[in-house]
Design a protein. Structure first.
Ligand code: GAP
Length: 450
């Protein structure tokens, strides 16, 4: 099951503290959202799951956390200054601006007029001034993708880790795009996060690795609770490919507003490393290294068994964290009928749940119960699996309802019997089954969920 409309998700997110409109008390700022107490946990858990599987569980990927502000030359040689544009049209009637390729029948969605200007390229990068003098001569861009900082750090990582091909560099971080049209809550925004892997391979082995990463990424999404039936693969046609790509496969998800891109997996060839390299003569020049530039780094690798330097090809799985949050929330969203009422439950995978367990004293004002609940909270919290919450509201029914809605896998209730023999009642989110377990079993029972 999933949400019927995006509004159901928006309402849940606001009500329970997952996501808020940014700058809301001043009327909001379009295309920006803030992650609240539960949203920040969910987002962090998604990023941790990606990082754990790629950087920790594999032995061929290194991590990186590079700067967001990016030198103009980097984004010039990467091709972004020239080509990172969308076609912009103005409505001659109401002056609204639209992205032409998103318009149906070339009609202004605002007023219905067909009187639109000719499309012109609009660069999506945000510029900002560096240093105290704002005369336009010294500016940087907010990075439009995390990838370029991986490419320009290629030599640093290779030199400091002695890596040989194939290997990858992973990075999670903010990216910024001045999108012309925003869409569906956090689906298309102006400030977002990406989880990007640049996986460097020997030219000629790139197509095989491309297929490998498409399959790996599909499996990862399934492990996050996104069912295979909700995902589709889209082979991007040649005339829609980004300027750096030889082939791209998009993983598409059935969002409430339609089936759209969740993650792109591109074969970027040697385009980026080649573009940022200078000493071309020494390189075994690959297809697209044509222009010299201001970079003083030789972004190539010399394998022990090879005579020449080679510029690796790169396979890039690039996923949006915010789209991941939206897809995962949507997949987890379940509304069930129980007798005359409805139960809303987020069936999140436990490793993604913002709260791992809620410990609930039956009576709010009973110091012994609260004390025992605190002890259990501290014991489970120390396992390092994420947030464990002491829920001291004194209203057990309300607490269960809340924790169903936010996806907490278990609730543990401390009652009068607990004070006598240390046993507690545990309630499972999905089945709603309740059972009594002894004091000694609490930790084992909890750990079994993860
Ligand atoms: N480095 C490659 C790259 O940036 P992309 O297809 O433009 O490729 C990758 O972006 C992913 O980033 C997308 O699949 C999407 O999940 C996310 N993304 C891109 N633009 C976004 C936006 N405006 N708002 C939210 N997520 C976005």
């Amino acid at each position: 099951m999933a949400a019927k409309t995006i509004d159901e998700l928006i309402s849940l997110c606001k009500r329970r503290g997952f996501i808020f409109q940014s700058n809301e008390i001043y009327g909001g700022l379009q295309g920006l959202y803030d992650y609240g107490p539960l949203g920040v946990e969910l987002k962090q858990n998604i990023k941790n799951s990606w990082w754990r599987e790629l950087v920790y569980e594999r032995d061929d990927i290194e991590g990186l956390d590079a700067s967001i502000l990016t030198k103009q030359t980097v984004l010039n040689y990467s091709g972004h200054e020239d080509t990172f544009t969308d076609p912009l049209v103005d409505c001659k009637n109401c002056n609204a601006r639209w992205r032409e390729d998103h318009l149906e029948k070339k009609i202004c969605p605002g007023c219905g007029s067909k009187e639109l200007t000719e499309p012109r390229p609009f660069n999506l990068m945000f510029k900002t001034n560096i240093g105290p003098i704002d005369d336009g001569s010294s500016f940087a861009y907010l990075r439009p993708e995390t990838a370029q900082q991986i490419f320009v750090n290629f030599k640093n990582v290779v030199d400091s880790t002695s890596r040989s091909l194939p290997f990858g560099i992973a990075q999670i971080g903010k990216a910024f795009r001045n999108e012309i049209t925003l869409k569906s809550f956090i689906f298309r925004v102006r400030e977002f996060e990406q989880m990007e892997l640049e996986f460097f391979v020997t030219p000629g082995e790139d197509e095989e690795w491309h297929t490998f990463w498409v399959n790996e990424r599909l499996d990862w999404w399934e492990r996050q609770g996104v069912s295979r039936e909700s995902l589709e693969l889209y082979q991007v046609p040649q005339d829609e490919l980004a300027h750096y790509s030889k082939a791209t496969v998009d993983i598409m998800y059935k969002f409430p507003h339609g089936t759209e891109e969740l993650e792109g997996i591109a074969n970027r060839t040697d385009f980026d490393l080649g573009s940022h390299s200078k000493n071309q003569d020494e390189l075994n020049i690959c297809s697209k290294i044509k222009h010299n530039n201001d970079s003083n780094a030789k972004l190539a690798i010399k394998e022990p068994h090879m005579k020449d330097w080679i510029v690796p090809f790169v396979i890039e799985p690039s996923a949006g964290v915010d789209r991941a949050v939206l897809a995962i929330l949507n997949e987890a969203f379940h509304e069930e009928k129980i007798e005359d009422s409805k139960r809303l439950v987020l069936r999140l995978k436990p490793h993604l749940s913002p709260i791992k367990a809620a410990i609930i004293p039956l009576k709010k004002n009973n110091p012994e119960m609260v004390e025992m609940a605190k002890k259990i909270k501290n014991q489970l919290q120390s396992k390092g699996l994420g947030r464990v919450l002491l829920e001291n509201t004194g209203n057990i029914g309300k607490s269960y309802r809340k924790h169903d809605e936010v996806g907490t896998p278990i609730c543990i209730t401390v009652d009068f019997e607990s004070l006598e023999n240390g046993s507690v009642t545990v309630r499972d989110r999905d089945s709603m089954n309740q059972e009594r377990i002894s004091k000694e079993d609490i930790e084992k029972y909890f750990l079994n969920y993860f």
